[in-house]
Design a protein around this ligand. Sequence first.
Ligand code: ATR
Length: 274
Amino acid sequence: MMMKNIYGILGDPVAHSLSPVMHNAAFEKLGMDAVYLAFRVSKAELGDAIKGAKSLGIAGLNVTIPLKEKALAFVDAEEVAKKIGAINTIDFSRGTPVGYNTDGIGSMQVLKETVGELKGKKVLIIGAGGAAKAIAFYLDLEGAEVTLANRTKERAAQLAAKLSNAAAIGLGAEFKKQIKASDILINATSVGMHPHEDATLVNADMMHPDLVVFDIVYNPVETKLLKEAKRAGVKKIVDGEDARLSGRGIVQDMDKRGAADSGNGKGSYGCVGS
Ligand code: ATR
């Protein structure tokens, strides 16, 4: 009998994660004999959990909050993950566990589809948390001119210092000026997320019609920010659902890289970001 391939997600807490439902549905659709489980693992036990997963023959794992940074120490990480300082995916199909950070990839794909070349584009990212970080690193690699605007300016400055071409500002007068001068505006904060649907850090009168506006929030799909963008006559709008769906392309991406060969003769499968 062929062994079932086991995938999973490590997090703490992890019970709310949609990853098992999403991946198990994908396995069924692809006709794969595989299962995806959620494992609650504390930071203190993360190293043992990753070593144990390897010994047990688990095919691949996603890693989520609050373990993404710490997990880096237990894998061979790809360059961009090292720069970001966090991973969300571990592939066990090679000798040593290999770590990837796919968090910013969906956003990057959908932005490229909408904007085309990102090199030289003035991009204003609101936020300096995990989501902002992943997007900022990928945009920096693409050669965009990144400005990070964050409520806590110091946090934006710390992130900007790790990038090759980025500036940091707060959310005051400078922020308003910078939006007018930007090509792309990205909300990478949780502002506007359910149950605070009426919240936005940018109103219509602060935008211009040629701005591309992208909100990573996908609950609701049309956030207050995106409604304001429409009111401002913005033509190119990207919502969080676009980015999430695009992110699922990582399955094929990892497949091409041979990064997650399941070895069951039915082709390979890469874990989608958490
Ligand atoms: P994540 O990893 O999902 O990005 P996070 O690390 O908690 O989450 O970061 C949340 C981001 O949203 C931060 O940039 C935060 O700003 P601070 O660094 O000043 O905390 C931002 N944020 C959350 N609520 C906000 C609000 N009401 N107004 C402005 N920024 C907010």
